[in-house]
Design a protein around this ligand. Structure first.
Ligand SMILES: C[S@@+](CC[C@H](N)C(=O)[O-])C[C@H]1O[C@@H](n2cnc3c(N)ncnc32)[C@H](O)[C@@H]1O
Length: 355
C-alpha cells in the first residue's frame, strides 16, 4: 500500500528560503515574488516524501545543491530515487542534529538555507506497522529510524515509574501523567505491552481525556514518540548547528506542530537576534555582548484554505530567520541555544508557559 504525505506550508516554506523579499510583507499568506533561480547549497533536514525538496529543486538553478536528511529508511529510499533523477540532490540517512558533521563529510561547510519540517510524516502515522498511531493496531515501535535504537515497547518494559511519568508530563504536557505511568507499570506486571491498541486502551482505562473530541492517549503517544526519537534534543542540536552552518544572508525556516518545539525555535531565534535582551540579567558588560547573528523574518501559519483542506496543517507554525554577517561568538552560539529556558530536556524540568 502506498502512503502519501501532503506537505504543509509548501509554497511559503520555499519562499522563506529563496525569496529575497520574504518577511517584508508581514501578515501571512503566500508570497509570490520569487527571486531568480539560485545556485547555492540548501538543506532539507526532513525529507519525508520530498514535497518541499521537489519544489525547491524546481526553483533552484542548475548548479545548486540540495542535501536532504531523514532518519527514516523508507523516506531515504524515496530520496535515493530522487537523486537518480536529479544529480543536484545528495542524501544523508541520519539525524539533522548532526548536520555539520554530515555536511563536512560531503565537503560542505556553509549553506544558503535550511528547512526543517518537524515531527512525523503522514506515511509514518498511517502505516500501522510503524506503531505511531493509537487508532491502528500495530507493534509498539514509534522509531523514525527503524534501523537503530530501542522501540517504545522495549522502553516501556524497562523504564521506571518516575521516568515514564516525567516523559509523559514533560513531552505530552499531560496533567494525569502520574496516573498513566502507574497504570502502565501495573499493567506490565501481568502482561508486557506489545501493541499500540494495548497501550491506548490502558491509558483510556486509567484517565479521561482533557480535551473534547480527543482520545485520552493522544498526549501520551506524542510524549513517548518524542522521547523514543529524542526529538527535542535533536532540535536543540540542529538550532546550534544551523548557526554554525548558515552562510551570511542564509535563511532558516522551521515548521513545528506543537508548542514545545515552537517555543524552542522562537526562543533561540529571539536570543540570537537580540542578545542584549536575552542576556540582560547576566553579568555580561555591554562591550562583551555578542552581536546579533540572526534577524527574525517572522512567522507564518497556514491559510484558512490550507487548514480546512489538511487537518495536519492546523497546528503548524513556521518561523523564519536570516543569518547576519556578524561572526559567531567564541562559544559558536551555544549560549543562544541555552537561552531556551523552557526546554524540557531533563527529567527535572517541566514544560510550561505559553507559545
Ligand atoms: C513532517 S515530515 C516531512 C515531510 C516533508 N517536508 C515532505 O514535504 O514530504 C518529517 C520527516 O522528518 C523526519 N525526521 C524527523 N526528525 C528527524 C531528525 N531529527 N533527523 C532527520 N529526520 C527527521 C521524519 O522521519 C519524517 O520523515
Amino acid at each position: 500500500m502506498e502512503f502519501v504525505h501532503r506537505s504543509v506550508l509548501l509554497e511559503p516554506a520555499v519562499d522563506a528560503l529563496l525569496n529575497e523579499t520574504f518577511g517584508k510583507h508581514r501578515g501571512g499568506g503566500t508570497l509570490t515574488e520569487m527571486a531568480p533561480p539560485t545556485d547555492g547549497i540548501y538543506v532539507d533536514g526532513t525529507f519525508g516524501r520530498g514535497g518541499h525538496s521537489r519544489l525547491l529543486l524546481q526553483r533552484l538553478g542548475p548548479r545548486a545543491r540540495l542535501v536532504v536528511f531523514d532518519k527514516d529508511p523508507e523516506a531515504i529510499a524515496v530520496a535515493q530515487q530522487l537523486r537518480q533523477e536529479d544529480s543536484r540532490v545528495e542524501v544523508v540517512h541520519g539525524g539533522f542534529g548532526d548536520m555539520p558533521e554530515h555536511l563536512a563529510r560531503l565537503g560542505v561547510q556553509h549553506v544558503n538555507g535550511v528547512l526543517l519540517d518537524l515531527g512525523v510524516s503522514s506515511p509514518q502515522i498511517d502505516d500501522a506497522a510503524r506503531g505511531f498511531s493509537f487508532m491502528r493496531e500495530g507493534p509498539l515501535d514509534m522509531r523514525m529510524d527503524t534501523s537503530s535504537g530501542i522501540t517504545a515497547a522495549e522502553w516501556l518494559a524497562e523504564a521506571s515509574l518516575e521516568e515514564i511519568k516525567e516523559v509523559i508530563a514533560n513531552y505530552g504536557e499531560e496533567r494525569f501523567a502520574f496516573k498513566i505511568a502507574k497504570a502502565i507499570v501495573a499493567g506490565r506486571e501481568s502482561r508486557p505491552l506489545r501493541t499500540t491498541l494495548e497501550l491506548a486502551e490502558l491509558v483510556a482505562g486509567a484517565v479521561r481525556t482533557r480535551e473534547k473530541g480527543q482520545h485520552p492517549a493522544t498526549r501520551s503517544f506524542q510524549a513517548i514518540r518524542i522521547h523514543i526519537n529524542q526529538e527535542l534534543q535533536e532540535l536543540a542540536g540542529a538550532l546550534a548547528a544551523v548557526l554554525r552552518v548558515l552562510a551570511p544572508g542564509g535563511r532558516l525556516a522551521i515548521i513545528s506542530f506543537h508548542s514545545l518545539e515552537d517555543r524552542m525555535v522562537k526562543q533561540c531565534i529571539a536570543a540570537a537576534a537580540r542578545p542584549g535582551a536575552a542576556f540582560a540579567r547576566m553579568p555580561i558588560p555591554e562591550s562583551q555582548m555578542p552581536p546579533p547573528v540572526l534577524t527574525s523574518l517572522g512567522k507564518v501559519v497556514p491559510s484558512a484554505e490550507e487548514a480546512a483542506d489538511n487537518v495536519r496543517a492546523r497546528s503548524a507554525v513556521m518561523r523564519v530567520a536570516q543569518r547576519t554577517d556578524a561572526p559567531l561568538p567564541a562559544d559558536q552560539g551555544a549560549s543562544f541555544v541555552k537561552a531556551m529556558r523552557l526546554i524540557p530536556l531533563e527529567g527535572s524540568m517541566r514544560a510550561g508557559g505559553r507559545r
